[in-house]
Design a protein around this ligand. Structure first.
Ligand SMILES: *Cc1c(COP(=O)(O)O)cnc(C)c1O
Length: 316
């Protein structure tokens, strides 16, 4: 498991690159949820998501070990984050994206200074290509969640939360591959273990829920949620054991509940948060917690959404 010291070290490594994002509150939200809710605004983070934390820590570590070339296999927030930090550090990077990748996302990756290569439609096709390119060019392939430096980097969000909301009793976090939540668990359960950590998945991408139920990594196929950052088919080899040992609860939300949280954030708090980023709030708004919560920190993980898709998310 990543240690608290690893997360603190990551914080030092990345603090000049990332924003210390604010905590947002809304009395209307508190009333609706029957608890105090503190929104950790990672949608206002550099590159629009928390992924820059892990990406920065991993790229810096790779560069320190002599890597002169970086690859990643993601058209989403991880790909953008790797492109940004590699560009800023002057390290050449190639991001492998699916053939049907969204054009706006590809343009964002290029604008950060990385090259883009199209490959297949699945991550099973992209990852070997990214690994191969890294190997050929004396470089390093950086995965989106199953990597100790990535996990430690994501965990830095918890160090900020502990300082910003020291009286919080619960932290609610969306779960894709589990990099973010295992980083948060590594920081919190090694310092203030009484704080409960609740993971949230879409009902239609419930691989971690099923894996926890079975007690072993379990893959699903055909995830189709609107929360595209949570469409992983199974939890990671490094992340899953941390969740299995330390996670307090994992709850599921419906597509409608995610859309309701998205709408609330946009309409009432004026915050544009992508569906994946609104998923943890969806669980709190729908009262999915079994245990009573007084003060919850909800991580709004990202804000990158194709503007043309907003009306679709607002539909019921
Ligand atoms: C990647 C991502 C997640 C999920 O993070 P994992 O580390 O894969 O669990 C959640 N929200 C957003 C916006 C993301 O980009």
């Amino acid at each position: 498991m990543v240690s608290l010291a690893d997360v603190k070290k990551a914080q030092k490594e990345i603090q000049e690159t990332i924003h210390r994002t604010p905590i947002l509150t809304s009395s209307l939200l508190d009333e609706r949820c029957g608890m105090e809710v503190f929104l950790k605004a990672e949608h206002l983070q550099k590159t629009g998501s928390f992924k820059i934390r892990g990406a920065t820590n991993a790229v810096k570590q790779a560069a320190a070990a002599g890597a002169r070339f970086i690859t990643a296999a993601s058209s989403g927030n991880h790909g953008q984050a790797i492109a940004y930090i590699a560009g800023r550090m002057g390290i050449p990077a190639i991001i492998i994206v699916p053939e049907d990748a969204n054009r706006a996302k590809v343009e964002a990756i290029k604008a950060y200074g990385a090259k883009v290569e199209y490959c297949g439609l699945t991550s099973a096709e992209r990852i070997p290509r990214a690994e191969q390119l890294a190997e050929r060019n004396n470089g390093v392939y950086i995965p989106p969640y199953d990597h100790p430096a990535v996990i430690a980097g994501q965990g830095t969000v918890a160090l900020e939360i502990l300082e910003q909301v020291p009286e919080a009793d619960t932290i609610v976090v969306p779960v894709g591959g589990g990099g973010l939540i295992s980083g948060i668990l590594s920081a919190v359960k090694n310092s203030k273990p009484s704080i409960r950590i609740i993971g949230v998945e879409p009902e239609t991408a419930n691989d971690t829920f099923l894996s926890l139920q079975k007690g072993e990594i379990t893959a699903i196929s055909g995830t189709s949620t609107i929360a595209d950052g949570l469409r992983t088919s199974q939890p990671g080899d490094l992340t899953f054991p941390v969740l299995k040992e330390h996670l307090d609860d994992l709850v599921l939300v419906s597509e409608t509940e995610i859309k309701e949280a998205f709408r609330f954030l946009l309409e009432r708090t004026k915050q544009l948060v992508e569906p994946s980023g609104a998923t943890a709030l969806a669980a709190v708004m729908a009262g999915k917690n079994e245990m009573e919560i007084k003060k919850a920190v909800v991580v709004l993980t990202g804000g990158n959404i194709d503007l043309l898709k907003i009306s679709h998310v607002l539909e019921n």
